[in-house]
Design a protein around this ligand. Sequence first.
Ligand code: 5RP
Length: 263
Amino acid sequence: MEATHAFPSAMTSCVAARGRSPHLYQGAVAMILVMEKGGALRAKRAAGERAAEMVEDGMVVGLGTGSTVKYAMERLSERQKEGVRILGIPTSLQTAILARELGIPLTTLDDHPDPEIAIDGADQVDRGKRLIKGRGAALTREKIVAAAAARLVIVVDGGKMVDQLHGVVPTEVLPFALTPILASLKTLGAVPVVRDGVAKDGPVISDNGGIIVDAGFGPIKNPEDLERAITMIPGVICTGLFTAFLQKTSVVVGGEKGEARVL
Ligand code: 5RP
């Protein structure tokens, strides 16, 4: 992603240095970016749709949050029309709204505490199927539903697969405890940043009333230890490191040509 953004400006300055108009090249670059975006969307769709095929008639399904899960939900909605009966447990307001739009009936963990399967996205996945989640600020409910489900199916495009987790770790915190938590995260080696809203001044407030702190640790040597350490800070509601579900996790990786493989 960073490389993708760096490429056009490097290219145009190179072109400008040769004395040609950069506009033609900028057009070409814009087209490449659109094509790349199209590829990533195809990959997300492939992953989401493949995961939806894993759902069987009568299952209660944890519904994660995000743009890849959306494709799974669209396919689930189609499968309902083909006669497959499901009940969904949404992990966010956004997913609940989408489920209603798609006609997917919803339930709760109170009524169905043991969903057969949960389908969710991720921001990074390592070779051991450990995850970073939370770009959509839904990590707390996502972790609760993942823990409750018998099976966790993670849907990603190939660009999210990494050898070692290194992305920022979203962490939901009680507003009351924000300042001491920022200090504790620094002690653990992070550069913590309070996530600001888009089209809203001030911090993102989650569906639970929490504040999201994006904690950059760089490459994470021991995700299990780090998850435990962050979780133990008083006032932390949940961290986006998911390392406790490896045995029951499948990862569906979508490819840019619309293919999907299951790990
Ligand atoms: C939301 C999440 C999402 O599942 C994760 O950010 C992936 O989203 P997308 O499929 O849109 O890339 O953790 O809290």
